[in-house]
Write a protein of this length. Structure first.
Length: 174
């Protein structure tokens, strides 16, 4: 296992992005269209759109790279999976509005991404965190794998259910 990133990041509007091939074009709907999960958008090929419970402030964030699927860690409140293609050897975790980017290096290819959330509802209830202590934390695990449809593995919070329902209501383009 390699820890690619582990620290707090600042979010606004409950959003962060993992840039794969280019910057976010501004269409949130395109990132989730055709998916069942509404907290990790992978429908647009250039980015992963990552939702948090907290609207504004600092959240904890970790990105791990594994050789293979490590199995489900049921200690998390929310768990979803998506597939992504990293077309180059550099990805960036980007805070809202591309204000700060955190570059990481991976081998180009197709990956499975498992997005975990803990305290998402508490973050949503708080709305704005003016401290440096994270109320909600997130973990993104990556490993090389064949492409597969997104899936919701675990959902427990009202805010996650809201976003999943929203994503499922979007009509697939084309």
């Amino acid at each position: 296992m390699a820890v690619l990133f582990a620290q707090n990041i600042n979010v606004n509007y409950g959003q962060a992005y993992l840039e794969l091939a280019g910057p976010f074009d501004g269409s949130m709907e395109d990132c989730f269209r055709g998916q069942q999960n509404g907290i990790c958008g992978a429908a647009a090929s250039d980015i992963l759109f990552l939702m948090t419970g907290l609207h504004t402030g600092q959240v904890g964030f970790t990105i791990n790279l594994f050789e293979a699927d490590q199995g489900i860690d049921d200690r998390w409140d929310e768990i979803v999976e998506v597939s992504l293609v990293a077309p180059k050897n550099e990805i960036s975790l980007v805070e809202w509005a591309a204000e700060i980017g955190h570059k990481m290096f991976i081998v180009p290819g197709t990956y499975r991404a498992r997005y975990h959330a803990r305290g998402m509802q508490a973050g949503s209830d708080l709305d704005t965190n003016t401290t440096t202590s994270a109320v909600d934390t997130y973990r993104l695990d990556l490993w090389k794998a064949d492409w597969a449809p997104d899936r919701v593995i675990k959902r427990t919070s009202e805010i996650a259910v809201y976003w999943h329902d929203w994503a499922a209501s979007l009509v697939k383009a084309g």
